[in-house]
Design a protein around this ligand. Structure first.
Ligand SMILES: [Zn+2]
Length: 308
């Protein structure tokens, strides 16, 4: 990836020196790497002239994303750039070191929260190269983290458009109220249920979420492992857990092939539901303007079922 970035930077430098420009207007632009970053910026800048763009293509796998020369040019010309700062966008730090960022406001989401390491729990299939401790990048799965991230975004938006200070401050205030409501709703669901355990027949990007609400979990793989084949040991471990603890719902995440979940469901007769971790959304949902809040409100209903 380092090599790729260096090559891309050379290409981009040639573009910029030769005066090639991909956008000629002076419109202020915020570039966001993934869907959560894009959606939070969209909420804060509602009603303004600022354009918010997402690098990730809707419907694509966020962990496979690699920047194109065009993406690098748009970042270098943006007023503001928002990224996660985890394993999936490791390329960003190299890029920011090599371009002139003096006119770009930058938000690294992982720096706005109490970051924790990716966790390995009993029963997981672990990749061989996964010995290294890495920060869990899925900071947005906790609504309380989203409040902190949105605050940071708002502060930087003030710097690129100080004139409309009160608009952004109002947007932040109403967004915060909705996030606090969401947080309270999750707390209520957890408090009203005796069950505190979730079973993911999938990867597990919900570390910040379960920590926030005092839930425990078992999963086939940690974080966003690129592993897709669970070991026989993992499968039988999860089947036993589901049986032992009378688990009512086996969980999968978005864009999953649900293979492991189907195997466990077949063996246990337990239904499968999706808890959406909002890395990215489908093209259709993107066009319909689906938001992080919509996704998390759907998750609320799933959580109710899973903790029954
Ligand atoms: Zn992930």
């Amino acid at each position: 990836m380092k090599k790729l970035i260096s090559v891309l930077i050379i290409i981009v430098s040639i573009f910029i020196i030769s005066g090639c420009s991909l956008s000629d207007n002076n419109k202020k632009t915020i570039i966001a790497t993934n869907f959560p970053a894009y959606d939070f910026a969209r909420e804060i800048t509602k009603g303004s002239d600022i354009e918010v763009k997402m690098l990730l293509k809707p419907g694509s796998e966020s962990h496979d994303y690699e920047p194109s020369p065009k993406d690098i040019i748009s970042i270098s010309k943006a007023s503001m750039f928002i990224y996660v700062g985890g394993e999936s966008d490791e390329w960003v730090d190299d890029l920011l070191d090599s371009i002139d960022t003096s006119n770009i406001q930058i938000v690294k989401m992982i720096d706005e929260v109490n970051a924790v390491y990716e966790e390995k729990v009993d029963g997981m299939t672990i990749e061989e190269d996964e010995d290294e401790e890495e920060y869990d990048e899925h900071v947005w799965t906790s609504p309380r983290n989203v409040i902190a991230i949105s605050r940071a975004i708002t502060d930087k938006v003030h710097k690129i458009d100080a004139e409309n200070w009160s608009l952004y401050e109002d947007n932040f205030s109403s967004y915060r109220i909705k996030l606090e409501e969401l947080d309270q709703n999750f707390k209520d669901v957890v408090n009203n249920s005796n069950r505190k355990e979730l079973i993911f027949a999938d990867r597990f990007p919900f570390r910040y979420f379960v920590d926030e609400y005092g839930l425990s979990y078992y999963a086939a793989f940690p974080g966003c492992s690129s592993e897709t084949e669970a070991s026989a040991k993992t499968i039988s471990f999860l089947i036993n857990k589901v049986k032992e603890d009378n688990i009512p719902v086996i969980l999968t995440i978005e864009f999953s092939n649900k293979k492991i979940a189907k195997t466990i469901s077949k063996e246990t007769g337990t239904k499968v539901l999706e808890l959406n971790s909002a890395h990215n959304i489908s093209k259709e949902d993107f066009e319909n303007g689906k938001t992080y809040l919509d996704i998390m409100n759907d998750n609320l209903e799933v959580l109710k079922e899973a903790l029954k």
